[in-house]
Design a protein around this ligand. Sequence first.
Ligand SMILES: NC(=O)c1ccc[n+]([C@@H]2O[C@H](COP(=O)([O-])OP(=O)(O)OC[C@H]3O[C@@H](n4cnc5c(N)ncnc54)[C@H](OP(=O)(O)O)[C@@H]3O)[C@@H](O)[C@H]2O)c1
Length: 345
Amino acid sequence: MRAGRIESVSPSILLLPGKKGCRESLRPAGNLQGSLKVRVVVVDSDVISLNGIFAGAILHRLQIMRARRGLGLAGGRVESAGRLKDMDKLPFENRTALITGSSRGIGRSIALSFARHGADIVVNHHRQGGSSEAGAKQLCDEVRALGRRAFVVRADISVKDSVKGLFEETKREFDRLDFLILNAARAPFKPIERLLERELRQLVETNYLGNIFCIQAALPLLEKTQGKIVFISSLGSRFYNPAYPLGSMKAAMESVVRDTAESLGGRGISVNGVCAGIVKTDSFKVLRQYMEEIDRMPEGLFVEPEEVADVVMFLCSPAGRGIRGQTLVVDRGLSNSLYRSVAVK
Ligand SMILES: NC(=O)c1ccc[n+]([C@@H]2O[C@H](COP(=O)([O-])OP(=O)(O)OC[C@H]3O[C@@H](n4cnc5c(N)ncnc54)[C@H](OP(=O)(O)O)[C@@H]3O)[C@@H](O)[C@H]2O)c1
């Protein structure tokens, strides 16, 4: 092997000449290796071999990271021998993802992650104008800057006709849908027994009915692509929180995840959930006002939006194909222990 070249030594193995800094750049690949079963083998101090479905994505990431550091990759050229071209392809290229409530927070992070993995994006949000509309437009621009297609549909998922319009527009623009991410949520923060009738209805209409409307409207498109649905849940689905009636809807939806995984599995559609711990988004800022104790939570237990997005990518990738009807907990271990020392970092 010559230094300064990238070579394909078999249909599934890619060799990258390392040079100084290469191993350091590959650290994110090491993380992927753990969660996505990508095999990364350091052959010797100068050569690194990648093997697996995400090799192309890792290579792409490595190229970007090294370009940012002005390093270039292996003489700046990718050999196109054998399947090297295929491996360089991003895993979700020519796929389409619709993320409800993606103008900010976790939804935004999931949308960007899909785009980085090659997917075109439908951005959805609810409120007209202001920061919501600006956030959705900015996200679209960022997705396009990554070389992917994106458009915004303002739609209220709690209104059936609005949801119908969301999926009609998706069909018109992209004519396909591979991934439906049920992320949008909105709920008051107060005990269930104090909810006004209007608040109760909004709770159920947005966080239960709205998600079912989306599943129903997406079916014709998802059936064609053998698509995947991922619901974003929270620890409130299984633990009491005095100011979090949304938890009961999350619990109901986790049951819908299990049921629809069975009822839609025969049509080639997979359904799973991700139950996130506590993430510092806009909704967390509101939660803080009702739960002062949350400020005493060790910093290391807060989950980053990207950590949630990574698990959504895993469930949507071929590596997640064996998982059906499950809700995976991503909470940095928060729910493992009843008691914690405040000294825990
Ligand atoms: N933050 C956490 O600690 C945490 C933890 C676990 C799980 N989760 C879950 O993760 C998801 C995202 O949370 P987040 O904290 O990122 O939320 P967020 O910052 O409050 O953002 C909510 C998003 O949902 C949209 N939305 C609200 N109602 C909608 C409706 N009726 N139709 C369409 N879109 C609607 C909002 O659009 P507008 O901007 O137009 O209002 C916004 O884009 C939620 O399901 C949440 O329950 C959050």
